[in-house]
Design a protein around this ligand. Structure first.
Ligand SMILES: Cc1cc2nc3c(=O)[nH]c(=O)nc-3n(C[C@H](O)[C@H](O)[C@H](O)COP(=O)(O)OP(=O)(O)OC[C@H]3O[C@@H](n4cnc5c(N)ncnc54)[C@H](O)[C@@H]3O)c2cc1C
Length: 501
């Protein structure tokens, strides 16, 4: 299909997911829903179950369907009796939902183990962190002028605006689309940032091309496996995640998911949801979910359904929409494949220009967007449980490393990166959307009481983004059910909330 037709194609698809008659949302007598289904027990689905329980109260039955492991893209692999994060691993200190979950669940923050970073261009290390902060600043200024200051200010301004969401949500406001949500936080500026390449926004800001190539591109490669043509908004989310004040959950980030499901008293069904159909009966509008468990196929009726998994065909959720008028089409776009290879072995520091491993000071190596470079990053990783006496292994010792690459690593490539190894564990992720500035954001409301969480990933993919979407959907479902239109898509919330306080 020609590029010029794409926007039209996307608009037609979006129109097909439009909400039907608003009268169908909830019963006029104000009766609460009796059953709600959530499909997917990643952080998005688990957080949705938790927030649904908060808003709808203890009576409603919340069923969570999971076809794989609780945690989804938050997962660990075991190496030499220790567990390591193979999916989502770091959390920003300003990710307030994640912080609150950890607090409420009585989980602990995992201690941060310092380690230096370098950027490799396929031939040599072109940028390196040292032990001296002032020296690092001087070097950045020498090589890139004040680009890094401009960047820092830009990211901080965006984060400050993004933080408004927590106030809006604390006051109970919800949004019917990702566009509405972004518009309320950063006006048209945020929406425009989902539609223009990161590199264009940064150049306009006065950031140098060299800084983009040598610093920004490596960060995009490690976080999203993509280049600087990804939209500026997701680029900013990624750059926020490259700051210093980061943390993780002791024992593994996926503990948040199992903890939230438990706290929500949700019924976890180990089942693959195959189809969903609207049913109109004396009970009003309901949805029939048909699903397969280890013992066979069954179906159940629900008043409200939240789909908390990507629906793009490339991810393979397997959910079919049946009996909807007009029929639902597949959501456009696809997901980007990232391979996480966890290697227990000896890093080949010679490949990076350090023949003596004892002189290799880096814990992580990022890479520039260089043709033929077969990996995005390699980093020495710490287990999810860090004992008091833990120290990072030195490069001359056998350590555990995580390599991100766009494709499965061939044996010869592993031999290039490692002198020798004891074990190799591979996870192939459909990690995040394959971003493009021409891609429009998917809908949140697919049908009156049928919601889609993962559209938010097209603005930015991160644990906190799924958590923000989870809170939004729980609020939206609640207001829709109770016909509280004054709590949805309200304008000028910044000022309104000030006067409400
Ligand atoms: C390698 C990697 C590194 C990352 N690093 C970070 C990071 O450092 N920081 C960060 O914040 N984020 C990171 N992310 C992103 C983050 O992990 C995701 O944004 C987040 O975990 C998505 O959660 P989710 O619940 O929305 O989706 P998912 O975790 O994908 O959950 C969806 C769940 O639905 C289930 N499911 C699908 N179809 C069905 C069906 N038909 N029936 C029943 N169940 C179904 C799936 O099995 C899955 O468990 C990373 C992701 C990857 C892959």
């Amino acid at each position: 299909m020609g590029c010029s037709l794409l926007p039209l194609f996307v608009a037609v698809l979006a129109a097909r997911f439009v909400v039907a008659d608003p009268e169908e949302h909830g019963p006029v007598d104000g009766a609460p829903p009796s059953k709600i289904a959530v499909v997917g027990a990643g952080i998005g689905g688990s957080a949705t179950a938790h927030f649904l329980r908060q808003h709808f109260g203890p009576e409603v039955q919340v069923d969570v369907f999971e076809k794989g492991e609780v945690g989804g893209r938050l997962a660990t692999v075991t190496v030499n009796h220790n567990d390591y994060e193979s999916g989502g691993s770091i959390i920003h200190s300003l990710n307030l939902h994640m912080q609150e979950f950890v607090k409420q669940l009585g989980l602990k923050y995992r201690r941060n183990v310092a380690g230096k970073m370098a950027v490799f261009n396929g031939e040599e290390v072109i940028l390196e962190e040292t032990d001296w902060y002032l020296l690092d600043l001087f070097r950045l200024w020498w090589r890139y002028g004040i680009s890094f200051i401009r960047l820092q200010m830009w990211v901080e301004e965006i984060m400050e605006k993004f933080m408004r969401i927590y106030k809006y949500q604390a006051h109970g406001y919800a949004f019917s689309s990702v566009e509405e949500l972004l518009d309320s936080l950063g006006s048209s500026g945020f929406i425009n940032m989902t539609r223009r390449p990161l590199s264009d926004s940064l150049l306009e800001l006065g950031v140098s091309q060299r800084f983009i190539d040598e610093v920004i591109a490596p960060v995009m490669r490690i976080n999203y496996g993509q280049n600087v043509s990804i939209p500026a908004f997701v680029g900013a989310v990624s750059l926020a995640g490259a700051q210093n004040n980061l943390w993780a959950v002791e024992g593994g980030n996926k503990l948040v998911c199992s903890g939230l499901l438990k706290m929500a008293s949700a019924n976890l069904l180990q089942a693959q949801v195959n189809s969903i159909s609207p049913i109109h009966s004396g009970e009003g509008l309901q949805y029939q979910l048909s699903f397969t468990t280890a013992t066979g196929t069954a179906s159940e009726l629900y008043d409200i359904v939240v789909l908390a998994t990507p629906l793009q065909a490339s991810v393979g959720s397997g959910v079919q929409f049946q009996g909807f008028t007009p029929p639902f089409d597949e959501l456009p776009g696809s997901y980007h494949s990232t391979v996480a290879t966890i290697v227990h072995g000896y890093l080949n520091t010679s490949f990076f220009g350090f023949p003596d491993p004892r002189l290799f000071p880096f814990a992580s190596v990022l890479t520039t967007d260089t043709p033929d470079l077969f990996f995005n990053s390699v980093a020495s990783v710490c287990p999810v449980n860090i004992s008091a006496g833990f120290r990072r292994k030195q490069p001359q010792e056998a350590g555990v490393y995580k390599v991100f690459s766009p494709q499965l690593l061939e044996k010869s490539q592993l031999k290039t990166l490692f002198r020798s190894y004891y074990s190799v564990q591979v996870t192939e992720w459909q990690a995040c959307p394959r971003y493009s500035s021409s891609q429009r954001l998917p809908p949140v409301e697919l049908h009156p009481n049928l919601y889609y969480l993962n559209g938010i990933e097209w603005a930015g993919s991160a644990m906190e983004m799924s958590s923000v979407a989870a809170k939004n959907i729980a609020l939206l479902a609640y207001h829709r059910w109770n016909r509280q239109t004054d709590m949805v898509d309200q304008r000028d919330l910044v000022h309104r909330i000030k006067t409400e306080l």
